[in-house]
Design a protein around this ligand. Structure first.
Ligand code: GUN
Ligand code: ZN
Length: 470
């Protein structure tokens, strides 16, 4: 089980041979496994199996005893876990600069750390360097697709699209809309914001693997006129490449909820502010949703709008405990998300481990099956992208991550003691992190370790150390 796999040579499958076969412990989901520990019919697990990739797309998954013929180039990852790349439906690219910042709850944290960090992205060069750093980091953490917040600056979304396109990633992003209750250097206005959005949408939405997300930061920082403009954009592009996405935050923190109630006294609830401006639909992803009520949950279910559950962020900022059980009972779609930099890790496994604990505090238990489904096929289905990502069905793009089951003796011992596949996966999900990533493939092309880890070093021209206060 722990035998080290031979390190494959860097691969150029398209250049030399369009057929690539990866051998290892292949795991992906066929359907929603539900919330039981027993999910045998929802998952395909092929120990020492073969993942066949042709021209960057999944061709088939074969069991160990059905190896491909000699026309397939082989890479040996036996003893490693091969899964679809994880999907993060809520993460802030510029907030790598403030991840793990001390001592503040949401509104204070935005003022003290987040807004100053985001202000730097007015500089196109900082936007470009930030996009490079962020997307490489995401890949190095085993996440190959994401719905990402840029900053209010057009140039920051532009940079993410450019780097994402070059890498060949499935990436959805958009410039933040924010025209009140924020620092002057982060404030846009309705007319300029609309022009910027339209230009970005026209040039990037539906191009390669990119899509645009209309991104009102949260109700507190957009005027009613700006929210109305966001709704008009969604409507205007309803038929363009499946429509635009919409990302925002909702009901994360109790002070924030009170503030939004003061700003929008005519709304029944925080969520209703978005509903009133035409912002809720199947491509709407609202982060947090901790302080929703039954009527809100019914509205989410009815509109198909979904919640990004951000347990690491919710714990770190002290925001509260999201009740996934209630959301599920109400028919609300939920996908775990990192919410870096409120969250403290880009690695979906850390998100899931925190999610398990948040639910445990409420008497709920998150099985590894449901957890891993939710960040692969479940997330892809929620984003309307299951034809492309999230599983190894034939024809999907081969975004693949190879993981070490164990990194170090503690993880190894726990793996050795596991008596069932669920037990193994649950221990892996609870203990592993990005150090367990062995290889990342986008569209069947291996991202070299040097590229994926470029985020670890200081890029030329980076901001450099900040002065240290006593
Ligand atoms: N609400 C508004 N902006 C943000 C943000 O950047 N992070 C989090 N966690 N919540 C927000
Ligand atoms: Zn967020």
């Amino acid at each position: 089980m722990s035998s080290p796999a031979a390190t494959p040579r860097p691969n150029q499958p398209h250049a030399s041979n369009p057929r690539l076969a990866l051998c290892g412990d292949i795991l992906h989901f066929l359907r929603d496994p539900g919330w039981s520990e027993d999910a045998a019919d929802a998952v395909q697990f092929e120990p020492d199996g073969w993942l066949l990739i042709e021209h960057g797309r999944v061709h088939a998954v074969h069991p160990a005893d059905d190896p491909p013929d000699a026309s397939w180039a082989r890479q040996d990852w036996r003893g490693r876990l091969i899964m679809p790349g994880f999907i993060d439906p809520h993460v802030h690219a510029p907030q790598l600069d403030v991840i793990a910042s001390f001592g503040a709850a949401l509104l204070d944290w935005l003022e003290r750390y987040t807004f100053p960090a985001e202000a730097r992205y007015a500089d196109p060069e900082q936007s470009r360097l930030g996009a490079e750093r962020f997307l490489h980091a995401l890949l190095a953490h085993g996440t190959t697709s994401a719905l990402v917040y840029a900053t209010v600056h057009k140039t920051s979304a532009e940079a993410l699209f450019e780097v994402g396109q070059r890498l060949g990633m499935r990436l959805i992003t958009g410039k933040v809309l924010m025209d009140r209750n924020c620092p002057d250097d982060l404030r846009d206005d309705v007319e300029q914001a609309e022009r910027d959005c339209v230009d970005l949408i026209e040039r990037w939405h539906g191009v390669d693997r990119l899509a645009y997300a209309v991104t009102p930061r949260f109700a507190a920082t957009s005027s009613p006129a700006q929210l109305a403009m966001a709704g008009r954009l969604l409507d205007a592009y309803r038929d363009r490449d499946g429509g635009l996405y919409m990302q925002t935050h909702v009901a994360e923190n109790r002070d924030e909820v009170r503030w939004v109630a003061e700003l929008f006294p005519e709304s029944r609830s925080y969520l209703d502010v978005y509903a009133a401006h035409g912002l809720l639909g199947a491509r709407s992803v609202l982060a947090h949703g901790i302080w929703l009520d039954d009527a809100d949950r019914a509205l989410l279910a009815q509109t198909g709008a979904q919640i990004a559950f951000c347990p690491s962020s919710n714990l770190f900022l002290g925001s509260g405990l999201f009740d996934w059980g209630r959301a599920r009972a109400a028919g609300v779609r939920v996908t775990p998300a990192s919410d870096v930099g409120g969250g403290t890790s880009l690695c979906a496994l850390r998100t899931l481990a925190d999610g398990y604990k948040v639910l445990a505090l409420q008497g709920q238990r998150l099985p590894a099956w449901q957890a891993l489904y939710a960040v692969t096929l479940g997330a892809a289905q929620a984003l309307g992208l299951a034809h492309e990502i999230g599983h190894f069905a034939a024809g999907t793009l081969a975004d693949v991550v190879v993981w070490r089951w164990a990194d170090g003796p503690v993880q190894q011992r726990r793996q050795d003691m596991a008596r069932s596949l669920h037990e193994r996966l649950f221990a892996w999900m609870s203990l592993a992190d990005e150090r367990n990533v062995a290889a990342v493939y986008l569209r069947g092309c291996r991202i070299s370790a040097a590229v994926a880890h470029r985020h670890a070093g200081a890029a030329p021209g980076h901001l450099g150390p900040q002065p240290i206060a006593p």
